[in-house]
Write a protein that binds this ligand. Structure first.
Ligand code: ADP
Ligand code: ZN
Ligand code: ZN
Length: 749
């Protein structure tokens, strides 16, 4: 039906602009345009790709520019998904066009590649799609002339299979284009081009996959599953926290609940912190459910990612497993969303659209009326608080399936000990080596930030205003609070005990590895940190050397606590238990409790008992004490009390404003102007928001840019939002300083 009334489209453009724009649809495009498709439009002096949000009939078409072209045959998003993206844009105060761009796989915008032969890559609307020739038997009469042997074999194979792709034929018969050409000429086979998808599983092979059958659940697992299936059956939004230590059978419960959702004809979305570090999770899903699984992670090529995206969009996939960006997967009819290791900071995107996939899982789940399961052995304080307030259902798996006891933990107080590796840990390592056990030596350190700690009493220097550790800026000779800019000359004396023995902390993995080589010359030592795992496959090589026992000691950072089992490990040494305690971040205690709990859980997972030796300057701190005694409830009580007193989440809401640029004074000027304007808005509107700073970021210079930040803190999400959005509208445009807003910041480095 030709449309008689003119149509206009509302579009979002992928630029840092809050508003959306209207364009007139010329009659020849009227049939093709629809919400969720991309269009090509004139914008300013150039042309760009924009996203159609809605199409309306109108008579007021004055001075509107025309859409140049429609780029998609099928819409990229459903109305529901567009609704979700609008929510995201509004919550994170981020332009909708940029949100939509973030949600698309990069491969979708790739430039054209030259087509070549059978395995051609073609371009439709700027998308890179892989095509392949397929051959099938046709009904031509028997051949007049006899075929050569090879051609006859190929024909028989195609007839038997029904049809076959060019790639598979080449794999079986080698070069065979001459024979195929002849079969085509004789009318014995027909050829057609089909779209194919790159397979991220190809290295594993279909045949090699083991089958995994559902287990008989223990009573705790059964209770958790019953709750999830109940909410799935009633088709309502139901969020749960599933609390259970590693090995308590959480994944088994996810698998069963997902099975139930699939039986209902619904789909499942599974978010994991970093999928390339946990290939065994994917393997387990494949073993249980076979095909119909898409994976999305940073290790995929753009082409692979785009192929996975299309398979999901077309409904060829029932389960999507991925890292944080998978929350934007175009998956329809979602029944269940699982966020595994919900406490992990990697669910937060740290640049561009600074979303948190864990939080968005709840939002998308609500829109889809899905069951949402947040799983962890060490849940976020804010999640536990939400349970207490009745906003999250609570499910608990208190025991390990295999009944492996938790390991024995010994604390070594480090006051007065000069070495990095204490005599107690040295002799334990030597003994473990002699009895042919493997060991992990863990450094609780995150590289960049250094801080001062008292060598006598173990207290770090902290800010009196913000209850966070001061960051040591060596070049300025100062210790600085990066929330409020409080600064004292450093090194000075310990404010707690007046000792002059302040130490700068942060021994690196490399130094520990070096010391261990001198102490234990016969030990085979490996190191795992971001330096040794940057090469492709290097991570896997380190793990396999631990697995086949050709290494004795693994020295590493947080990376070693993620995902893998080290069944041969009988000793775990922790060099500096409190390093993450002293991060310039109010979540320091929470991070410490989480990471120590994980490390402690690494020891004694096979049939051998485990031993943990934990070195600490400040061993009486509750984060350390609670981790050592496996007391999650005790930690929660004390940490919540701290948060209440200091006014941090869940008792307040936060936003961060970041300023960076190559000209130091310009950055300073802009940050100060921003703070002044924010204070003014606060007064005018009577908003309950604390404006802290501007202060230098702990990483004050990063890639040549100077960095400052403002922290906004409020008991009211509405007030915080009003202040930020008024500031975004009223600020002067900046040319040489980059200004960003981070809603619910996780890491203020
Ligand atoms: P988590 O995800 O909490 O680490 P998993 O689900 O991976 O725990 O379970 C740990 C191990 O126990 C796995 O090898 C799993 O196959 C096995 N397992 C889980 N539940 C059961 C059960 N009910 N009976 C027997 N084995 C189980
Ligand atoms: Zn002291
Ligand atoms: Zn401060």
């Amino acid at each position: 039906m030709p449309r008689t009334v003119p149509h206009i489209v509302e579009v979002a453009v992928p630029l840092p602009l809050e508003k959306t724009f209207s364009y007139l649809v010329p009659p020849h495009l009227a049939e093709r345009v629809s919400p969720g498709k991309r269009v090509f439009v004139p914008f300013g002096g150039r042309k760009l790709t924009a996203y159609v949000l809605s199409v309306t009939e109108t008579t007021a078409t004055d001075r509107l520019k025309e859409v140049i072209d429609v780029l998609d045959d099928e819409p990229l998003w459903t109305d529901n998904e567009l609704e979700f993206f609008r929510w995201v844009a509004s919550y994170y105060l981020h332009p909708l066009g940029e949100v939509l761009k973030t949600a698309l796989p990069t491969g979708i915008n790739l430039q054209s590649r030259k087509a070549n032969g059978d395995g051609a890559e073609s371009v439709a609307g700027g998308r890179r799609i892989l095509r392949e020739a397929f051959y099938r038997p046709s009904d031509a009469a028997a051949p007049v002339r006899p075929l050569g042997d090879k051609a006859a074999q190929i024909l028989a194979t195609i007839r038997e299979a029904g049809d076959m792709g060019a790639a598979e034929l080449r794999r079986r018969f080698g070069q065979c284009s001459a024979q195929l050409k002849r079969l085509l000429e004789l009318g014995l086979v027909a050829r057609e081009e089909r779209e194919v998808y790159r397979d991220p599983f190809r290295e594993e092979g279909e045949e090699g996959t083991e089958r995994d059958l559902p287990k008989d659940l223990n009573p705790h697992q059964q209770a958790a599953l019953v709750a999830m299936c109940g909410s799935l059956d009633s088709l309502v939004f139901a969020p749960f926290l599933l609390h259970g230590v590693t090995g308590s059978g959480k994944t088994e419960v996810y698998l069963r609940a997902i099975g139930h959702a699939l039986d209902q004809g619904r789909s499942a979305l599974v978010l994991v912190p970093e999928i390339s570090l946990t290939p065994q999770v994917v393997r387990r899903f494949r073993a249980r459910f076979g095909s119909g699984i898409a994976i999305l992670h940073s290790g995929l090529s753009d082409g692979e990612r785009y192929d996975e995206w299309r398979r999901i969009r077309r409904g060829l996939v029932r389960i999507v497993i991925g890292a944080r960006s998978a929350i934007f997967a175009p998956l329809a009819r979602i029944g269940i969303i699982v966020v595994d290791e919900e406490h992990e900071a990697s669910f937060k995107q740290s640049d561009g659209l600074r979303y948190n996939a864990r939080d968005l899982a709840l939002v998308r789940g609500r829109m889809e009326r899905a069951t949402v399961v947040l799983g962890s052995a060490t849940p976020l304080i804010t999640s536990l608080h939400a349970v207490e307030q009745g906003r999250l259902g609570f499910l608990s798996l208190p025991e390990r399936v295999a009944g492996v006891p938790m390991p024995q933990v010994e604390i070594v107080p480090m006051q007065g000990i000069k070495q990095t590796v204490s005599p107690a840990l040295q002799s334990a390592l030597a003994g473990n080596l002699a009895s042919r056990g493997q060991a992990i030596v863990f450094l609780n350190r995150r590289g960049f930030s250094t801080y001062l700690v008292c060598g006598e009493c173990g207290a770090p220097l902290t800010c009196p205003n913000c209850s966070v550790t001061l960051t040591f800026h060596k070049s300025r000779g100062q210790s600085v609070c990066h929330y409020c800019d409080y600064a004292i000359p450093a090194p000075g004396t310990c404010p707690a005990c007046t000792s002059a023995e302040l130490k700068e902390l942060g021994a690196g993995t490399e130094r520990v590895e070096h010391e261990l080589r001198e102490l234990l010359p016969t030990a085979r030592i490996l190191r795992m940190d971001s330096d040794t795992t940057s090469g492709k496959g290097s991570h896997g090589r380190i793990l396999s050397r631990m697995a086949d026992s050709t290494a004795d000691i693994l020295v590493g950072t947080q990376m070693i606590t993620k995902g893998h089992d080290f069944p041969g490990v009988t000793l775990v040494g922790v060099i500096n238990a409190e390093a993450s305690l002293n991060l310039p971040d109010f979540r320091g205690s929470e991070r410490t409790f989480q990471v120590l709990s994980q490390v402690i859980g690494r020891a004694g997972r096979g049939d051998l008992p485990g031993r943990v030796i934990l070195q600490a300057l400040n061993p009486s701190h509750y984060a350390i004490q609670c981790a050592v005694s496996h007391d999650g409830a005790g930690f929660y009580r004390q940490e919540l009390e701290f948060r209440r007193e200091a006014g941090y989440p869940p008792f307040s809401f936060l936003a961060g404003a970041g300023f960076s640029g190559t000209v130091e004074q310009a950055v300073e000027g802009r940050a100060e102007a921003a703070a002044r304007l924010m204070m003014q808005i606060k007064r005018e509107q009577g908003l309950r928001v604390e404006v802290l700073g501007p202060a230098p970021a702990p990483l004050y210079r990063l890639r040549g840019r100077f960095r400052r930040q403002i922290l906004l803190k409020s008991p009211s999400r509405g007030d915080l939002r009003r202040l930020v959005s008024a500031w975004l509208t009223r600020r002067e445009p900046a040319s040489n300083v980059r200004e960003t807003i981070d809603i619910d910041p996780v890491d203020m480095m």
